[in-house]
Design a protein around this ligand. Sequence first.
Ligand SMILES: [Zn+2]
Length: 106
Amino acid sequence: MNKWGIPEWLEQEVRQRDKKCVYCGTLMLESPCADGSRKSVATWEHIVNDARIVTRENIARCCASCNSSKGAKKLSLWIKSSYCKQRGVSRDTVANVVKQALKYGA
Ligand SMILES: [Zn+2]
């Protein structure tokens, strides 16, 4: 398990799946840019903000920028935020794992 309580097999699976931010689609970095920017650094995300839900449907990787914007907001509300509007992030543009979560009421 890593420090977020994600078992190794799931961590590997999600790392393989989510190379791009599941929300905005930016190609993520494993560590900050040379200029120190952390915006595109990959972070672990619980799509539904419940740390007990550790499944391939709820664990995803998103960029630090989206992660800090979303915070503890409900996905279906955050997707309508000005942050998402500005970046063209919508129900239609997010990764499949996020589309599924929205469909099931996240
Ligand atoms: Zn993002």
